[in-house]
Structures are given as C-alpha cells and as structure tokens.
Ligand binder design. Sequence first.
Ligand SMILES: [Zn+2]
Ligand SMILES: [Zn+2]
Length: 366
Amino acid sequence: MPEERISRQGLPQTGLPGAEPPHPAQEAPGQRPADGFSACSVDVQARVRTVCGDVEARALGVTLTHEHVIHRISNQSQNPDNTCVDTRLAAEELVFFRDAGGSAVCDVTPIGVGRDPLALQEVSRLSGVHVVSGLGLYEFSVWPESLRRMSAAELSDFLVREAEGARGDIPAGLLGEVSSHNEAHHAEWRRYRLSEEEKAVFRAVAQAQQRSGLAVSTHASLGRAGVAQLRCLIDAGADPERVVIGHCDAQTHEDIALDLDYYHAIWREGAYLQFDLFGWEQLAPDERRFQRVAALVREGAADRVLLSTDTCRRSQLRRYGGRGFDYLFARVLPGLRRAGVPDSAICRMTIANPARILARSPRADT
Ligand SMILES: [Zn+2]
Ligand SMILES: [Zn+2]
C-alpha cells in the first residue's frame, strides 16, 4: 500500500536529480499548516544550517529533532534491520512526512555508524524536506582509530572543523547524538555516572558547542543518564539552553512522579527534554509518553519539550509495513490532544522549540 501511494502521488518533479532544490527556504511562518494547527509564531531571527544551505529558523516548520534517515547503525548493533543507505527509499519515506504536514528532520546519525551528509543532501532534494545533519559520537567501539587517539582539545578542534564542513564537506547543524553508555545504575538518575572516558568526550563536545554555536543533542541511553550528561556539559562551559537531553522516554515508571522528578532536574537547568521514542512500545507504551508530556505542559514546560520517533530500522519504514516518519501526525499529535495538550503547546514543541534549538546562537564566532 505505501508503495502505491508513493507512485500515485509521485515525488515532486522539482525534486528530481538535476533540478533545483525544492526548499521554500524563505517561506513565511504559518504557511505549512500541520494537522489542525495553522499559525505558530516563531520569534527566532537566526538561521538553521540544513544540508541544502541555511534556512530562516522561523521558516523551518514542523520538525522531527531525532531521526536516522541515512545510516548504518548495524555497524554497532550487528542487526541488519538497522541500516538504510538507499537515498531514493529514504526520500520516499520522508514524502509521507511532508504530505502529512512535516517540513524538517534532524538526522543525528553519529560518526562510525553511517553518517553521510552528502546522501542526506540528495534525500532532501528528492523529498522536499529540510534535513539538518547532526555531528555525533557514539560508542567507542565504532569510533574511527584516528579519533580514539585524540586528546579532548584535539577532539574539540576536530568537531568544530567538521561542523564547519571541513574538506568541502557539508556543514553540520547540530552536535549529536552524543552518547554515554555507562549503565550500571541506569534505573536511578541520581546514581548515574559517566565513565572517565565519556566525561572527556562530553567536555570536548561542550567546548565545540561554545565555539560553533550549535546545540548539543545527547543519547541518554536507557533514559536516566541525562542529568549526569548535562552537568558534565555545563561544568565544561556548555550553555544549558543549547542542550537537548535525548531518550527521556526510554524508560517510564508506573508512578509518574518518579519520571517527573528526572524531567524536573533537566528542566531546572534550562535544557530541553526530548521525547524521541514515540512508537517504541517495547520500551514504554505511547500512552505513558502522552501523559508525561501533558503533565509537563500543564506545569509550564512546553517551551522545553521536543518530539521525535528515533527511526533507525528498515522495519519501521512504510515500505516494509512500519509506522513511518508521519507517525507524529498519525498517532502522536492525536494522542497528545486526547491527553489534554492544547494546540498552542503542540506548535511550540513541533515548530518553535526546534527552530530555537537549531538556530545558531548569535555569539558563535565561526
Ligand atoms: Zn540514541
Ligand atoms: Zn538515535
């Protein structure tokens, strides 16, 4: 069925190879209404780096902030389902998202597991969806040998150079996902500690954040590493308002108060809480995610929540019977509305907050 739908609608003619990029880069805010909410004011003047060039942040539209469009995560997981290197397939998948009202996607595929900004540029042109390429670091096991030998200062220099598009490459629009995996005490966030090696990496990333003006997006593996990651970043000079703690919804407790306790510790510092595992029912039911986002919105945290679906398996793609990138519109937004989240908050979480976090901060000197 998905294939038929794609072939019936077709990819945009303007998006085929050799044609001009289809991006409505200077589009005014509110011109891409998304499933029931139309106007969303985005008070951000800066620009966002996409793989096809800079875009006004206020024109970015509905954005998924943690996805894997082109990747070879199977390098790390050894699971062949964790791979997508087919640009045409990826573009067809993003067309479902675009047709539902989506406008932009952050690909946060780290170095060593198939990060490929050039392929993302082709996917963006084919699909008409803005794509922001993240520059991330994952488990040491997949790091290239050259990076493993670097000091923290050298690693910071490397990240800044790469983010700027070293060697004629495409610049990054985000530092992430950056991971820690020291899960010995993952159930209790107060006891979570980064390993010494991970601390060195997060310090280097904090330096790169300051120098590049880009935001940092983390992989807080089983959902409780975020506070430790955040403190390490802040201690090394990162701006907490330029930090996104990922996978906040990887783990939930029956007692919502236990989850809110963790979320509050991140929110208090001014960082962003990313609920990026919608659709991953094997980790936690979406219903709990809806309830937790709704609770945060009631408490006034709508300006600090981001939504995404961490798509990283072929079986999650529409072509293979999966939920697709349009799951945000099909299930997530209706679920949030049922839980009492008003459209004004949905606008902030899907449009205004991504625009703010992806806009390069004015003090960046590079
Ligand atoms: Zn992750
Ligand atoms: Zn991810």
